[in-house]
Design a protein around this ligand. Structure first.
Ligand SMILES: [Zn+2]
Length: 415
């Protein structure tokens, strides 16, 4: 008797449900709690109208462990017959339709997934990988259905590839709420289609800014779906800096090759000195800092490319379009006259996309405030710059993906 009351309390079982009996299997470290319906308030699970009992089916759910015993909840779940909707199982308050775990168990699993890898959680909770995957999918589906009515004002669009695989995915993030909205295969025009089509017209016109790289396919699709896209597409500072860094690095590589041919090793192992920002540079050991100062003051091509790149860094703080535009145009002119082909190429790209760069400055959007880790088991990791930090395994049909757990937690809300 006491046991039954105890379990009714622990499981949160109340009318019209009651605990019939509790079976403890000490050898198997298992407890099975049998629950029954008292026959009152039998409502159709589709429309809620009261119906008559048709029959009952026994079903079992895995619940949170009690005293480290695996705890199962078994109930004879009545089915009702409704005039309009036919025969349906009544709703059980402890689980979602179709699930084999109670809502509390699924909530615990999601909490754990925010802290540990999918295989660790599967081991710890004694569930299979597939079962855990199902729990995640249901949590994401719940989060997604909740999200349908929310507005997303600031989007971030990024591509990333699996290391060595050259398989691209497109990741759409909600910059303001720091969460992933979509991970789609590929990075062509169709990659973003599904995402935009999933938004209502109201949501699409509520978009204020879309931060992205200067990538034709993303620009084109965003223009198709977002009203007045040209004043909302923003090529953010992170992506522009990435292109400039690539230009500096290719100047360095060419020059290093030429110098080495003449027995000059000055640029050996200096790659990252030219790419790092001022903060990391200040943190360098004294000898590296001195070395870099000396190199920077030489008449090296890479030093000129570096100076152009570093100057661009200063061009993001303008608050009016007119001043920002003048400053960027002046910078573009300088870069184009540099006689450094990789730098000129990037400058031409920036000139073509200047409107979006000015949008980024005035809308104050950036895509890069943290690191989002994508992992393709076993072991291959690549990072992309969206404001997320931790990672958990996610599975889709064509790829395995690790999504950030703050993202997962936010996506599903807190269970
Ligand atoms: Zn009905």
């Amino acid at each position: 008797m006491q046991g039954r009351e105890l379990y009714a309390t622990i499981l949160g079982i109340g009318e019209p449900w009651r605990v019939k009996r509790v079976e403890v299997r000490a050898g198997a470290e298992e407890v099975e709690v049998f629950v029954e319906h008292d026959g009152s308030a039998l409502n159709c699970s589709v429309c809620g109208a009261s119906g008559s009992r048709y029959d009952a089916r026994e079903r079992t759910w895995r619940h949170l462990d009690t005293c480290q015993y695996k705890t199962l909840l078994t109930a004879e779940v009545p089915r009702t017959k409704c005039q309009a909707h036919g025969v349906h199982q009544v709703h059980v308050p402890w689980a979602e339709p179709g699930g084999r775990f109670t809502a509390l168990f699924e909530g615990l699993a999601i909490d754990w997934l925010c802290e540990a890898s999918i295989s660790a959680v599967a081991r710890r909770l004694r569930v299979s990988w597939d079962e855990l995957d199902g729990i995640q999918q249901r949590a994401v589906a719940r989060g997604l259905s909740r999200r349908k009515s929310e507005s997303v004002t600031h989007l971030g669009i990024d591509e990333t590839s699996y290391q060595k695989r050259h398989e691209y995915v497109t990741v759409v993030t909600d910059i303001k709420r720091a969460r992933v909205l979509e991970v789609a295969d590929g990075r062509d025009e169709t990659a973003l289609e599904g995402f935009y089509k999933g938004l209502s017209e109201e949501q699409r016109s509520g978009i204020v800014a879309v931060a992205m790289d200067m990538w034709k396919a993303y620009i084109k699709t965003t223009r198709r779906f977002v009203p007045d896209a040209d004043s909302k597409i923003a090529f953010d500072r992170f992506h522009v800096a990435k292109h400039l860094n690539e230009a500096v690095d290719s100047v360095r590589k060419q020059e290093h090759r030429q110098l080495r041919a003449d027995g000059d090793d000055r640029l050996l192992r200096t790659k990252f000195l030219w790419l790092m920002g001022p903060d990391r540079r200040r943190a360098l050991p004294h000898d590296r800092r001195t070395l870099f100062s000396a190199l920077r003051d030489c008449s090296l091509k890479v030093a000129r490319a570096w100076a152009i790149k570093e100057t661009a860094r200063e061009l993001w703080s303008y608050t009016t379009r007119g001043w920002a535009e003048r400053a960027w145009k002046k910078w573009i002119g300088w870069a184009l006259r540099s006689r450094l082909e990789p730098v000129r190429k990037t400058a031409r790209m920036i000139r073509e996309h200047l409107r979006g760069i000015l949008n980024a400055i005035l809308l104050r959007v950036t895509n890069a405030t943290g690191t989002f880790t994508l992992t393709l088991p076993p072991g291959s990791v690549t990072t992309l710059p969206v404001p997320l930090t931790r990672a958990d395994a996610f599975r889709s049909e064509s790829w395995c993906i690790v999504r950030s757990s703050p993202c997962l937690a936010r996506l599903v809300g807190h269970e």
